[in-house]
Design a protein around this ligand. Structure first.
Ligand code: GDP
Length: 300
């Protein structure tokens, strides 16, 4: 385990207690510790650098309140800065004014997209909604089968549809349209579309996502990222956002030992909020994202 950043800062400041001001000299040590803590938490290098510069500017010459030691003062500045990056409030989930609300799930294969689709459906169901699921991964029958199992586990409806002989984007768009019609006809107020997984950024599949977006006009495009993959998650978040303008992200596998720094990077690079966290394999291991919890996790 990492030593908590706040403890480290207490240590590096132990001789400074009683000094009224944070100077360039005495905050340099602190900034080094903060930088290491951010990088250990998987915050992207450029993002960490940017955050450090903001913290430096705020810390320089700031007067230490009598009630706070210099270390506590720095921790407060760091906390405020990280909260500012993440957005202080829990992000809102957007519904369409005219149902069904369409949610497009995006992300790399293995990120937890299908599991998250089920968790989101369970969360919506708990909130009184009637979600309908559809998998448009016409390329992998196993993925469609997995969503079927997920739907039955959480007790929500799924539109299966039939695949045509030729698997391709035309089939994907047809299935999506049929599912939309099904949702509208049977009073499902939310349609969650689980899209084809990809191992890396694949142009053909990205084009397909763009067409799906155009066809379905989704209220939410959620990018699902595995918190354990750190920097890679950030790069793919950027690629998906550049093409699709995501409306938010879900960070999965937060039950692992990742500190979740990817949340900061994804937020800063895409400008979109983290909306939910996945905290386990079970359908209820899912929660709306609270910025202060991640900040505490990073600060220790
Ligand atoms: P997809 O390929 O993106 O659809 O990914 P899956 O939904 O199939 O998930 C890949 C693996 O990650 C599965 O074994 C899931 O059980 C697991 N998984 C998904 N979300 C979480 C999570 O929040 N925590 C943990 N520990 N495992 C998860």
């Amino acid at each position: 385990m990492f030593e908590a950043l706040s403890d480290k800062l207490q240590r590096s400041f132990k001789n400074l207690r009683g000094q009224g001001t944070l100077t360039d000299e005495n905050i340099n040590d602190a900034l080094r510790e903060i930088r290491v803590a951010l990088l250990e938490s998987d915050v992207n290098l450029d993002v960490a650098r940017d955050i450090i510069e903001h913290i430096r500017a705020k810390a320089l010459g700031s007067t230490v309140a009598t009630a706070l030691s210099p270390a506590e003062q720095i921790v407060k500045i760091v906390r405020d800065e990280l909260m500012e990056v993440l957005g202080k409030d829990t992000a809102r989930f957007k519904f369409a004014s005219q149902p069904p609300t369409v949610i497009l799930m995006a992300g790399l294969q293995g990120s937890g997209k299908t599991t998250t689709t089920g968790k989101l459906a369970a969360w919506l169901k708990k909130g009184g909604h009637r979600p309908l699921l559809v998998s448009v991964d016409v390329y992998r029958p196993a993925a469609r089968e997995q969503l079927k199992v997920v739907a039955s586990t959480v007790g929500v409806q799924i539109y299966e549809g039939k695949l045509s002989e030729t698997t391709g984007t035309a089939d994907v768009l047809r299935l999506a349209k049929e599912a939309f019609r099904e949702a509208r006809n049977f009073a499902n107020d939310v349609l969650i579309v689980d899209t084809a997984g990809r191992l890396g950024i694949d142009q053909a599949l990205m084009d397909e996502m763009a067409q799906l977006k155009k066809e379905l006009n989704p209220s939410e495009i959620l990018f699902v990222a595995d918190a354990m993959t750190g920097q890679d998650a950030v790069n793919s978040a950027k690629a998906f956002n550049d093409l699709l303008q995501i409306t938010g992200a879900v960070l999965t596998k937060m039950d692992g030992d990742s500190r979740g720094g990817a949340a900061l990077s994804i937020r800063k690079i895409t400008g979109q909020p983290i909306k939910f966290l996945g905290t386990g394999e079970k359908p209820d291991a899912f929660e709306p994202f609270h910025p202060d919890r991640i900040v505490s996790r990073i600060l220790g």
